[in-house]
Design a binder for this molecule. Structure first.
Ligand code: ZN
Length: 171
């Protein structure tokens, strides 16, 4: 397994729309394992392939407190949404920032699992938030798109300054 590099806002590669996965094979399963390793190490509760610069429709999530309920969703599609929940979200690609975002409380999702089998699943609460957040990534959308332009531009400026400091430090 290998830890992957997570892209950070405002990297334009985070805005690419991911293409459907055509076959669930060993190469994809290796990517899934690497994404889990990267997510758990961060640590985070979800990671979309877009965030590691792979523009295919794949995400991983684990919202359990023990890190023992891993989900890998290939080509996820939200079939139904209902209810509303507002929660504070963060993102591994926008480190250090948390903002309230409104999402559906309940979703029904269809996806392929790591064996390529089709699954339809009801999700609610934090798992539903996480999967909606990660599917947004696959469409090039970030949680900061839900907040005001003024706030987003403050975050952009601060992160760009942090990124410059970090790359200066490794030279
Ligand atoms: Zn995110």
């Amino acid at each position: 397994m290998a830890k992957l590099t997570i892209l950070e806002f405002p990297d334009p590669r985070l805005r690419k729309k991911a293409s459907p996965v055509e076959t669930v094979d060993d190469e994809l399963r290796t990517l899934i394992d690497d994404m889990f390793e990267t997510m758990y190490a961060a640590p985070g509760i979800g990671l979309a392939a877009t965030q590691v610069d792979v523009h295919r429709r794949l995400l991983v999530a684990d919202v359990s407190s023990n890190g023992d309920e891993p989900y890998a969703l290939v080509n996820p599609v939200i079939l139904e949404k209902d209810g509303v929940q507002v929660s504070e979200e963060g993102c591994l690609s926008v480190p250090g920032y948390f903002e309230e975002v409104e999402r559906a409380e309940h979703i029904r999702v269809r996806y392929l699992d790591r064996n390529g089998d089709e699954v339809e699943q009801e999700m609610e609460g934090l798992l539903a938030v996480c999967v909606q957040h990660e599917i947004d990534h696959l469409d090039g959308k970030l949680f900061v798109d839900y907040i005001s332009e003024a706030k987003r531009s403050r975050i952009r400026k601060r992160l760009m300054r942090d990124q410059r400091h970090r790359s200066a430090a490794v030279v």
